[in-house]
Design a binder for this molecule. Structure first.
Ligand code: AMP
Ligand code: MG
Length: 350
């Protein structure tokens, strides 16, 4: 059903009257796209079955893929989760508000639709001031996946949200560009040893410094339906542009050489290519259509530019999108590689 979408433009610090208006929509059971520090989220009252259904509807999200519930305090977290282990409490102390989602045992107050029927719930406190105020003024936890059509790259500004969801959501709170650019780290705290289900800005090393060894339980491939997956999201296509994606990863000089060869090959075949390049690689390659991932030594720049670049190049009607994988794997670099590998049709290691 077509909705009237209201666009509320707010400054980075947030304009209270507009956030209050959006909170009113959440209270009435509507859906609101809003900025977080990771990517834009599409939110509804996490405790309202009908409201949460609207999120799945608008995104075309499979019903068995649960949502992250955003709260504004540890007290609210206690209302939806039980038997919270000490290690989880310590991680909350260290990283909340921030881009770390914890999987905890759920209380019955959380409807099945939010957790896709699982007996666990994913929770985090976001750091973005607009997101925090929206949750506070709504007076309820807000379930929010990324505010894109299912399978598409996550939105890092309000324009992306509108491209995907205009006419499908009640309100878009436009708070400008996000800070981080890739989704939160997801950590399962319900097993004896915590398990990393999705890499994000908070790295494995950051977490292990606080609570000792953890298990890596994510895969950079899309897990087939038949495999038992700990996080239902792992079996779906994610972050994916419409064009074919080729990732070339490895040592910088060899990546440059291989990308040049690919550019020449595709030119011979008259295919329109777009390049997502680090600044260092860009200096060595002549191509009219490219987007910058920033310096290869600063993976946080790649994080911020990745989905922007996917969407920009896709908008140019290209056949093939070649991604330069010569930036650092460390820290948030792991999360960026994870997103690109999941989006890639082909990975070339050089
Ligand atoms: P999104 O909000 O679109 O960034 O996706 C949230 C991710 O968290 C998806 O990969 C979900 O499958 C995962 N997730 C949410 N709730 C749970 C849960 N209770 N157990 C395991 N994974 C979860
Ligand atoms: Mg998503």
């Amino acid at each position: 059903m077509k909705k009237e979408t209201r666009i509320l433009k707010i400054g980075a610090q947030g304009q209270d009257d507009l956030i209050l208006e959006a909170a009113g929509t959440i209270k009435e059971g509507g859906i609101v796209a809003f900025p977080t520090e990771t990517v834009y989220g599409l939110g509804a009252d996490a405790l309202n079955h009908q409201a949460v259904l609207k999120i799945f509807d608008a995104k075309g999200r499979p019903a068995d893929n649960p949502l992250i519930v955003h709260v504004d305090s540890k007290q609210t977290c206690m209302k939806i989760a039980r038997n919270i282990p000490d290690k989880a409490l310590f991680l909350m102390e260290m990283f909340w508000p921030g881009p770390l989602t914890l999987i905890l045992e759920r209380k019955d107050i959380v409807p099945d639709v939010t957790t896709a029927g699982l007996d666990t719930v994913a929770v985090r406190i976001p750091e973005n001031i607009v997101a925090l105020k929206l949750i506070e003024y709504s007076g309820t936890p807000i379930a929010a996946p990324s505010a894109n059509l299912s399978g598409k790259p996550s939105p890092t500004n309000a324009e992306h949200v509108l491209n995907d969801l205009y006419g499908k959501v009640d309100v878009v709170l436009d708070g400008g560009e996000v800070n981080i650019g890739v989704e939160s780290t997801v950590l399962d705290m319900t097993s004896d040893v915590p398990a990393l289900l999705r890499p994000g800005k908070i790295s494995k090393e950051d977490i292990e410094l606080c609570v000792g060894d953890i298990i890596v339980a994510y895969d950079d491939r899309i897990c087939p339906e038949t495999e038992r997956v700990r996080s239902p999201g792992m079996k779906y296509i994610h972050y994916s542009p419409d064009s074919s994606v080729i990732l070339v990863e490895g040592d910088h000089d060899r990546v440059v050489t291989r990308i040049k060869e690919l550019v020449d090959d595709f030119a011979l075949r008259d295919a329109k290519i777009g390049l997502l390049l680090t600044d260092e690689t860009k200096k060595n390659i002549n191509s009219s259509l490219s987007y910058s991932l920033g310096s290869k030594d600063f993976p946080e720049h790649a994080a911020k530019n990745l989905f922007l670049g996917f969407r920009y190049l896709d908008g140019k009607g290209i056949d093939v999108l070649i991604v330069d994988g010569s930036f650092k794997h460390e820290g948030i670099g792991m999360a960026v590689f994870n997103r690109i590998r999941k989006a890639a049709d082909m990975i070339i290691k050089v």
